[in-house]
Write a protein that binds this ligand. Structure first.
Ligand code: DC
Length: 225
């Protein structure tokens, strides 16, 4: 049976994580933060010093990765890795490793297993195009790199962030452009809107406005089906 699913794809710092969490909460649905899976995988590979050219070991690690989501926390091998996986270094490594087909294949079923009653909100890069092609509603959330960079820079003023002390606005925007380029240009599951996706440019929206517009689209979609 098809589980009601909303996919929210988009580039780094498009706000999809916060929006997905709020939409899932409002509907009482499960949440999949697929980026956290790729980040935890990258962090684990780094901890284990797995060579990024050793595809066999990378694929094995994707299969055995011990990962648990507890509320907003990510437990890797039973240890809280929530803050560690949020650094830009880990994000960039996740972006590099996610271009490898064996890695994506190794993490695919783990993501699909999140689809349970009463429904799922899944955020990432290929949720609507690859992981949940039959999703009920597909959203692609975006804004210019400058807007996303300014937002990310604002978040970094929070001293608890892994990159808090080291960032300048221009560097943050440059990092965002470089990650966009990497995620959009890879051969497998590149970042792009699914054919049926509704594209929301949220540059001029508050988070709440974006959340409300997705909830409104959901209610139209489910009323008409
Ligand atoms: O969304 P994020 O910044 O936490 O994701 C980190 C990286 O993981 C992203 O740059 C590319 C990769 N990723 C992916 O390839 N597919 C996904 N569905 C989610 C993330």
């Amino acid at each position: 049976m098809l589980i009601p699913t909303i996919t929210i794809d988009g580039p780094v710092a498009s706000g999809k994580g916060t929006v997905a969490r709020a939409v899932a909460h409002a509907l009482g649905f499960h949440l999949l933060d697929s980026g956290a899976i790729y980040r935890a995988f990258a962090f684990s590979c780094r901890q284990k010093s797995i060579d990024i050219l050793n595809y066999k070991d990378l694929a094995d690690e994707a299969k055995v990765l011990s990962l648990e989501f507890v509320g907003e926390n990510v437990l890797l091998n039973g240890t809280d890795a929530t803050a560690d996986i949020r650094s830009e270094t880990v994000g960039m490594l996740a972006s590099k490793l996610s271009a490898i087909s064996d890695v994506r294949a190794g993490l695919l079923e783990r993501q699909r297993a999140f689809a349970c009653e009463p429904g799922l909100v899944a955020d990432g890069r290929d949720m609507g195009t690859v992981v949940f092609p039959d999703a009920t509603l597909k959203i692609y959330l975006t804004a210019t790199a400058d807007v996303r960079g300014s937002r990310r820079f604002g978040q970094l003023s929070d001293a608890s962030h892994a990159d808090a002390a080291t960032s300048k606005l221009d560097d943050v925007i440059a990092q965002i452009r470089s990650r966009d380029q990497q995620d959009k240009s890879r051969a497998i599951a590149p970042l792009k809107p699914a054919k049926e996706a509704i594209v929301i440019d949220n540059a001029r929206q508050t988070k709440q406005e974006t959340i409300d517009s997705i909830l409104a689209l959901w209610s139209i979609q489910t009323r008409s089906s």
